[in-house]
Design a protein around this ligand. Structure first.
Ligand SMILES: *Cc1c(COP(=O)(O)O)cnc(C)c1O
Length: 495
């Protein structure tokens, strides 16, 4: 099976090319030519298998040219015992009769980005061999916090790869900074940039379009690439956990074979919830996908009205990983909902680039509303939800997950839909200690890593090991650069 661009059905690539290139040359996103479906008994057969085995089954459906022994090795390396602290990898926890929570933060960086970024480096490194690329790839990342650390952990010591992460000096939390500057591995680099996230991001974009730099690096045997969430190699591993969640609910006999469930997903760039939609296309009985946003509610409006309009104020919220006004992966959904009308998708994306706005046609809007529901949650409601779930259920959640719980509650009140629902939990509450402590009524916060113990003592919940270890780790990276000099950092790093 090949992959094609969402903006041109004639632009084809093999799976290895699609993963190695990341983006189509026309700016479109590489997408499977046909969506594979699950065999009739697949969900019943998978229900007694491990997460790693489920991953191999799903990945194999999409990756012609990758052998099952290759995929098995990657699944073990990505999700095996020393990487994920929970044997189920993505455990599904019961809250009440019809509410379940899938925890996607048991990986090495305690956020859901690990689910994809533990797998992507293996797929990428293998793809480069398959397309006969001789040069070593250097992944450049500008991060506002979560992605940088997850990418560092994923690429750490992976063959034929290097990774260099730039973070804004004053734009990440203490814990996030500490997570990055103590990163281990032979092929990793971390550098602070004077300024905010925009400065770091603009700087990295400039590096990608710097032809003199590309030339110099090529002579040294390197080329630059990115690991952002539009790469198919990041979307694909995310389909696995929706299939896995359904299998777990079947294994525990919460649902009958074929019984429909809903999913509720805290959403930013639309990668996570898109994977749920692909799982539905493959045959997982998912009825409604509930898209939960924070105050940057461009997707809520889009799903309710069919109008996508990014012309609105940007809010910094308690759920920073969802502070996004352009959800790149939405393009793949439009491609499916339009019946794979590449010209139409290209015209919507052109309007988005020119005017920051487009309105989908009636047929797309109807399909959108048949499959999706949407809601949003402000910071006050986010904090109230953290407190409420803690008081009522003794279950500690982070601000992103709280957005989803709040939106689910409103959805149920409005629709009376009591379908069994899987809420997706995207980060450990310990990654956002001060917000969580504040929600629980604490007014003073302990300094540095002591804040982890403060939250743990208050709640009796154990600090996740990768965060608890931070205080004993050595700082390996203390470089700071002006954004004009980022190019020198790259050249110095790839000597
Ligand atoms: C990235 C992220 C999200 C948003 O996921 P998308 O795939 O971008 O929609 C939600 N929560 C957390 C904690 C994240 O890191």
């Amino acid at each position: 099976m090949n992959y094609l661009s969402t903006r041109d059905n004639n632009l084809r690539m093999t799976p290895a090319q699609a993963i190695a290139k990341g983006l189509a040359p026309d700016g479109g996103l590489m997408t499977p030519q046909v969506m594979p479906t699950l065999a009739k008994n697949a969900l019943e057969n998978l229900k007694n298998m491990s997460y790693q085995q489920r991953a191999v089954y799903v990945l194999a459906r999409f990756l012609e040219g990758f052998s099952s022994s290759e995929l098995t090795a990657y699944a073990r390396a990505a999700y095996g015992g020393e990487k994920f602290s929970h044997p189920d990898v993505a455990p599904v926890r019961r809250l009440n009769e019809n509410t379940y929570c899938m925890e996607l933060w048991h990986g090495p960086t305690c956020a859901f980005k690990d689910m994809a970024l533990q797998m992507l480096p293996h797929l990428l490194s293998a793809s480069l061999v398959k397309i006969d690329e001789k040069k070593t790839v250097c992944i450049l990342v500008a991060t506002s916090g979560d992605t940088g650390k997850a990418a560092l952990e994923g690429f750490k010591d992976v063959n034929k790869t290097q990774i260099l992460v730039f973070y804004p000096k004053d734009g990440v939390s203490n814990i996030q900074q500490l997570q990055m500057v103590t990163q281990e591995g032979q092929n990793v680099g971390v550098c602070a940039v004077v300024g905010n996230f925009d400065d770091a991001q603009t700087g990295v974009k400039k590096l990608f379009s710097d032809e003199a730099l590309a030339q110099q690096l090529a002579e040294r045997g390197y080329f630059l690439s990115s690991a952002n969430s539009i790469n198919w190699g990041r979307v694909l591993p995310q389909i696995v956990y929706y299939i896995s969640a359904y299998c777990d609910l079947r294994r525990e006999e919460v649902i009958e074979p074929g019984q429909e469930i809903n999913v509720c997903v805290p959403t930013g760039n639309f990668g996570n919830i898109l994977a749920a939609y692909y799982a539905k296309m493959m045959g997982v009985p998912i009825k409604t996908l509930i898209c939960a946003s924070n105050e940057n509610n461009v997707l809520t409006d889009f799903i309710r009205t069919g109008v996508y309009d990014r012309n609105r104020p940007f809010h910094n919220t308690l759920s920073p990983s969802m502070d996004i006004l352009i959800s790149s992966n939405l393009e793949r959904l439009l491609f499916e909902l339009s019946g794979r009308d590449d010209k139409l998708v290209a015209s919507y994306m052109e309007q988005l680039a020119q005017e920051g706005r487009y309105e989908v046609n009636k047929s797309i809007r109807n399909k959108l509303q048949r499959n999706f529901a949407a809601g949003y949650c402000d910071d006050t409601q986010t904090k109230k939800t953290i407190e409420k779930i803690w008081k009522e259920q003794r279950y500690l959640i982070d601000p992103h997950t709280a957005v989803a719980f709040h939106v689910l509650e409103e959805y149920r009140r409005e629709t009376k839909d009591e379908t069994v629902t899987v809420v997706v939990s995207t980060a450990s509450p310990f990654k956002f200690c001060s917000s969580v402590l504040d929600a629980l009524g604490e007014k003073e916060f302990a300094p540095g890593t002591e804040i982890l113990d403060q939250l743990s003592q208050l709640t009796g919940v154990e600090v996740p090991k990768p965060l608890a270890c931070l205080k004993d780790k050595q700082v390996r990276f203390d470089k700071v650069t002006e954004k004009e000099h980022m190019v020198d950092e790259v050249l110095d790093y790839l000597r």
